[in-house]
Design a binder for this molecule. Structure first.
Ligand SMILES: [Zn+2]
Length: 130
């Protein structure tokens, strides 16, 4: 019987990660914003986002950091809103670079002029640093 209680006790630690897995299934793909402690609480930020039709959930506070889950499809909008509110996001979404009409940029060696499709530290023709 005691063993059984211990088992039940042990599952408690396991419940919250499991719940967030279930959430993820219901919620779609999530982007997890990590936010530096600031004048807003996680709940306030999530509420403000929801007012702007961004499906957001304040998740937890880890080492004073606020964690907020946002649906992937709303993540860009959330990022813009957070920027506007000057919320210090620790892991901002990478900015999408506007694609220039299909033409790839070439890098060329300043020393010998050899062209490369990808950036490299050193020119493989003449060995000069790029
Ligand atoms: Zn070169």
């Amino acid at each position: 019987m005691i063993d059984r209680f211990l088992t039940i006790g042990a599952t408690f630690d396991w419940i919250s990660p499991a719940l967030s897995v279930i959430d993820e299934l219901l919620f779609g793909e999530l982007y997890r914003f990590q936010i530096e402690p600031c004048r807003y609480s996680g709940v306030e930020i999530a509420r403000a986002l929801r007012k702007k039709n961004v499906n957001a959930k304040a998740r937890m506070v880890v080492d004073g950091k606020i964690v907020i889950d946002v649906r992937m499809k709303d993540a860009v909008k959330a990022q813009i809103l957070l920027n506007t509110w000057k919320v210090p996001v620790l892991n901002p979404l990478p900015r999408k670079r506007p694609r220039r009409s299909g033409r790839k940029r070439l890098y060329h060696c300043k020393h010998c002029g050899t062209r490369y499709k990808q950036w490299r530290n050193k020119c493989s023709q003449c060995g000069a640093p790029m």
